[in-house]
Design a protein around this ligand. Structure first.
Ligand code: SF4
Length: 282
């Protein structure tokens, strides 16, 4: 597929974004669409050089293009992202229900799409079963990314780091492997939705991800549970059986429980802790 967004059919869906300047023009975006002057070697605060929001080699205003992607359907948004960024486009797969939908949509557009997952070594057996079922159905090789072994983590940081310092545990087991997974990518795709939690209620479908220094697409941002399940059933897509056992959101075994009646779908993640995200999406 072409990686030039000015020469493909799908970009007819999206007007050309307003260009700010050429890629080496010496300006910097702050992740919210605002642009300010910066010295060479500016950092995004996590030790990596700040990347400029570019498409097709030209710096664009993230707010402009986000507004145009916002009105696209999930299928259109994924098709546009594949046409624009593939093969520098990575789909993050958690093997939850939204991942099943994303895999089905992306595979339908580009069977060679790049899917990866973060293996914390603490995933549920059902999650691995779902991985294998999706791999089998779509003939996908999911790229596995992992941090330290559990033994090495305990040797370096002590036992039960997940309980004492979950932010460090997620940093080691999720955020660092994520950086490796995104190495060389220009855009990544997440399955987050606005209905997941209050902290995700304002998630845009597309934007500049300052944390990882690349674009991020959330094609299912405006999908309801009903839309997700309809897509899965209508297309007979394999999904994580833990959803049928009362787990709306599924992560590591240590940090996942069933939410109580009336709680939002992510209330069972890090229940009892002052924590709602692992550091990948917020
Ligand atoms: S979800 Fe829990 S066990 Fe998994 S990486 Fe984060 S803190 Fe560690």
């Amino acid at each position: 597929m072409s990686s030039d967004p000015t020469t493909n059919g799908h970009l007819a869906l999206v007007a050309p974004p307003r260009l700010l300047h050429d890629e080496d023009g010496g300006a910097d975006a702050n992740g919210n669409g605002a642009v300010h002057d910066s010295a060479n070697g500016a950092s995004n605060g996590n030790g990596r050089p700040t990347q400029l929001p570019t498409i097709g080699g030209q710096v664009v205003d993230p707010a402009d293009i986000a507004a145009e992607i916002e009105v696209l359907s999930a299928e259109e948004a994924v098709a546009w992202a594949i046409e624009t960024f593939h093969p520098a486009l990575r789909f993050a797969v958690s093997f939850q229900k939204t991942s099943s939908v994303m895999v089905d949509i992306a595979h339908g557009v580009e069977p060679g799409s790049d899917f990866f997952y973060l293996d914390t070594d603490l995933l549920f057996p059902e999650t691995y079963t779902t991985r294998d079922a999706l791999a089998d159905r779509y003939r996908i090789d999911f790229d596995r990314n992992a941090g330290l072994s559990l033994e090495e983590q305990e040797r370096l940081h002590g036992a039960n780091l997940w309980r004492r310092h979950p932010e460090s545990c997620c940093g080691i087991r999720k955020v660092e492997p994520m950086r490796e997974a995104l190495d060389g990518a220009k855009c990544w795709v997440s399955g987050i939705r606005r209905v997941d939690s209050k902290t995700r209620a304002g998630a845009a479908k597309f934007g500049w991800d300052k944390r990882f220094g690349l674009w991020k697409l959330n094609p299912l941002a405006d999908w309801t549970d009903e839309q997700v399940w309809n897509h899965i059933r209508e297309n007979d897509v394999p999904y994580n059986p833990l959803h049928d056992q009362g787990f709306p959101s599924i992560g590591c075994t240590h940090c996942t429980s069933k939410p109580a009646e009336g709680e939002d779908s992510r209330a069972g993640r890090w229940a009892g802790m002052d924590r709602t995200e692992c550091g990948l999406n917020g």
